[in-house]
Write a protein that binds this ligand. Structure first.
Ligand SMILES: CCCCCCCC/C=C\CCCCCCCC(=O)OC[C@H](COP(=O)(O)O[C@@H]1[C@H](O)[C@H](OP(=O)(O)O)[C@@H](O)[C@H](O)[C@H]1O)OC(=O)CCCCCCC/C=C\CCCCCCCC
Ligand SMILES: Nc1ccn([C@@H]2O[C@H](COP(=O)(O)O)[C@@H](O)[C@H]2O)c(=O)n1
Ligand SMILES: [Mg+2]
Ligand SMILES: [Mg+2]
Length: 215
């Protein structure tokens, strides 16, 4: 949903910044790599220590690079298969660090085995959501459904919750519960999305096989 409705807005907002980076001679691949490195660092340095506010601020600063790199490639007329592969592959690395960092907090000082498991489930199910599309597309099937919770939703729900929950460190009361609620939402939403995509790909696969058998 966000990918459909918010992307146009962010494209407009980020286009001048993408053009500025192009004038500086920065390449889209550099933006992809630096953005991922920043997100991973923010997640793995701050989240395992329970510093959710600063972790979220750091990740947010870098994660928008994922909207800038493609924008730059399109402005340059240099969208490439390699760029698409690099972008998608490093998305998975950043997502794994974000939910992995949260799981490390609950496995350590956060001391909550159930929430650790939920965070690990978010990590794994998010990867599976993306894999369903990648594997379907590799077989020439469109996987023509976005599903309930795409990457943008997973990130917005979990990062807004982590950022606000992190305000507890500064004495803001009653905000810690936000992160557990967000993790449960992302876990259930991702599970639903996996099922939605599998059902769609099953239909597309049977249809393609029927057409192939008839020809
Ligand atoms: C009181 C505090 C309130 C704070 C409010 C903050 C509000 C912020 C609200 C909204 C921000 C919305 C940003 C949403 C932008 C989404 C736009 C978009 O199109 O994103 C999609 C895009 C993914 O594109 P790709 O094509 O590169 O990726 C594909 C995708 O990964 C597919 O995955 P799948 O869906 O299948 O799982 C893959 O299949 C495919 O391979 C892959 O190519 O970009 C992104 O995903 C990046 C999104 C950035 C989201 C940023 C989230 C940050 C949001 C909030 C941080 C808030 C911080 C709050 C601090 C509070 C402190 C008090
Ligand atoms: N280093 C890169 C990154 C991306 N691309 C191209 O952009 C598409 C993704 O667009 P986003 O707006 O989602 O970033 C991707 O499929 C590539 O075509 C690129 O060429 N090089
Ligand atoms: Mg991108
Ligand atoms: Mg991406």
């Amino acid at each position: 949903m966000l990918n459909k409705y918010a992307r146009a807005f962010f494209t407009r907002v980020l286009t001048p910044f993408a053009a500025f980076l192009i004038r500086l001679g920065v390449s889209p691949d550099t933006v992809t790599l630096v953005g991922t490195a920043g997100s991973v660092t923010g997640a793995l340095v701050f989240f395992p220590r329970g510093e959710f506010f600063w972790g979220t601020i750091t990740i947010t600063l870098f994660i928008f690079s994922d909207l800038v790199d493609g924008n730059m490639a399109r402005q340059l007329g240099r969208s490439s298969r390699w760029g698409a592969f690099l972008d998608s592959t490093l998305d998975r690395v950043a997502d794994a660090a974000i939910f992995g960092g949260m799981a490390m907090w609950y496995a350590g000082k956060g001391d909550n085995d159930l929430l650790c498991a939920v965070a690990v489930f978010c990590l794994a199910s998010g990867l599976v959501v993306s894999y369903t599309k990648a594997r379907a597309e590799s077989q020439g099937l469109p996987c023509d459904v976005s599903g309930l919770v795409e990457r943008a939703e997973r990130l917005v729900i979990s990062l807004v919750a982590a950022g606000v929950a992190g305000l507890a460190t500064f004495g803001v009361p009653y905000v810690e519960w936000l992160l557990p609620v967000a993790l449960w939402l992302v876990a259930v939403g991702s599970l639903v999305t996996v099922v939605q995509r599998m059902v769609t790909v099953r239909r597309e696969a049977f249809e393609a096989d029927r057409v192939a058998a008839g020809s």
